[in-house]
Design a protein around this ligand. Structure first.
Ligand SMILES: Nc1ncnc2c1ncn2[C@@H]1O[C@H](COP(=O)(O)OP(=O)(O)OP(=O)(O)O)[C@@H](O)[C@H]1O
Length: 297
């Protein structure tokens, strides 16, 4: 669906994309994650033909980026692109006109799109009277009104409460079920874990890793992670090393990677003679892989 090859972009002397390569398959939800300033929005703006790359190639359904490809893409930017004094339906009409929908199909599309984001009952309500979650859903509706094949959602749930977030996650799942390809950027790694079939990790404008969660998990030689609370950290680290457990700090937590699955008795036995206050077991999560890539790549 989308192929990016050797994409480069600088702002003045600052190079923010460095030979970026990535591929998004048709019908998948692809998560692009990376620290603030790693180049996610710049990449999106180039895909949407809002910004020119310095070099490199982007193909969307085998076509180079142009005014024509804009029609097969829908984008919901980080900042809501809405007219606050206009109603939901009026906002969608404005964008439907920009995309050149004809009068006959326009009204039905507006109603269908509002229904798809669960805002049909708010059609006539001004945007400024909607909750933050509803405004964000309308922002996504703007990206859907012209029935694009690729929908780009730039941090769609940032700043939303958990219930509003669940509604947007459900909406993204519905898009996938309809066969729509989604490019999602997010700082919420749990969101990427839950929704994305494949994930790309961006750092300083380069893709460090790409794959399904199962594929990314292979980057860490751990079956499981344990968080250990002890007054004798040095002793625990030395002992763990004897058993081949790698140690890490997650914030102030002391963690060990277990290279094989062990039951709790076996884990406790490994620390025999050391005063351990607690041991908490965790599966390997995207956050562990992400931190590893950020710190050691
Ligand atoms: N128009 C611009 N002029 C100069 N520098 C820019 C411009 N737009 C972005 N940058 C810089 O380019 C880098 C990449 O920015 P970009 O917005 O693409 O990152 P991002 O990964 O989307 O970040 P965030 O997660 O904070 O949204 C940042 O250092 C940013 O300050």
């Amino acid at each position: 669906m989308l192929t990016i090859q050797n994409l480069n972009k600088s702002y003045g002397k600052r190079q923010v994309l460095k030979n970026l390569n990535l591929q998004i398959n048709s019908g998948e939800v692809y998560g692009l994650i990376g620290a603030n300033g790693s180049g996610k929005t710049t990449t999106i703006n180039i895909i949407c033909n809002l910004l020119q790359a310095d070099s490199g190639q982007i193909k969307i359904n085998q076509q180079s980026v142009s005014e024509a490809t804009k029609k097969i893409i829908g984008v919901a930017p980080q900042e809501n692109l809405l007219y606050k004094s206009l109603s939901c339906a009026e906002n969608l009409k404005f964008f439907a006109d920009i995309y050149g929908l004809n009068r006959k199909e326009r009204q039905q599309r507006i109603l269908d799109t509002l229904a798809s984001v669960n805002l049909l009952d708010r059609a006539k309500q001004p945007v400024e009277t909607l909750s933050g979650g509803m405004q964000r859903r309308l922002n996504i509706a703007v990206a859907l009104v012209h029935q694009p094949q690729l929908v780009i959602l730039d941090e769609p749930t940032t700043g939303l409460d958990i219930e509003a977030r669940y509604e947007i996650w459900e909406l993204i799942r519905q898009l996938k079920n309809q066969g729509i390809t989604v490019l999602l950027t997010t700082h919420l790694l749990e969101e990427a874990e839950r929704l994305c079939q494949r994930i790309g990790v961006l750092k300083h404008g380069q893709l460090l890793a790409e794959g399904s969660l199962a594929e990314l998990r292979k980057l860490i030689p751990a079956e499981e992670i344990i968080l250990v609370q002890t007054e004798s950290e040095e002793q625990a680290i030395a002992r763990a090393k004897e058993y081949g457990f790698t140690h890490r700090r997650y914030g102030s937590d002391l963690a060990f990677w277990l290279p094989e699955s062990l039951d709790l008795k076996e884990i406790i036995a490994r620390f025999d003679g050391i005063a351990i206050n607690s041991i908490a077991r965790q599966p390997v999560r995207l956050e562990h892989i992400y931190l590893e890539l950020m710190q050691y790549s």
